[in-house]
Write a protein that binds this ligand. Structure first.
Ligand code: DQA
Length: 149
């Protein structure tokens, strides 16, 4: 069976393309998702992509991943900086996860430098634009494969 990844995006990520393009680029959310799906096909990965502006919906999606996914890729948006509930959900499902940030959060406002999610994920991909999602798919597949050897 194909490796299965749940790609989750938090608040305001549906607006990329028009939202602060200096930070998030000009590709629309749909264009980015198409790119993710093409790469997934290439890597033999089954991917399901979800975005919500609501913390609870994101938490439900993390719980749901437990029923089918091998791994999670998550860009929690601003929730990264303060949502203990998202962090607890990731810990609870015990799926390997990678945190992605499109922008370089370390080169922006002070509050973005801290992610309370990062201690419970395998790693972070930060500041590499939307390619971060593609790199994360490749990385997490390799990490999980290596752990099965
Ligand atoms: C973001 C960075 C966050 O600080 C911000 O709140 C976002 C997007 C990123 O992808 O760079 O919404 O997660």
């Amino acid at each position: 069976m194909a490796f299965q990844i749940s790609v989750l995006n938090g608040p305001n990520l549906n607006l990329i393309g028009s939202r602060e393009p200096d930070f998030y680029g000009r590709e629309s959310y749909d264009e980015v998702n198409r790119k993710i799906k093409v790469k997934a096909l290439e890597l033999g990965i089954e991917v399901r992509i979800f975005q919500s502006n609501h913390e609870g919906e994101l938490i439900d999606a993390i719980h749901d991943a437990r029923n089918w996914a091998d791994a999670i890729i998550i860009n929690p948006g601003a929730l990264s900086h303060y949502s203990y509930a998202v962090r607890d959900a990731l810990t609870a499902v015990r799926l390997p996860a990678i945190e992605v940030h499109i922008s370089n959060v370390h080169a922006r406002e002070e509050f973005r430098r801290v992610s309370i999610i990062s201690p419970v994920v395998i790693g972070q991909i930060v500041g590499l634009g939307t390619n971060g999602y593609l790199l994360a798919m490749q990385a997490i597949q390799q990490v999980v494969d290596a752990s099965h050897r």
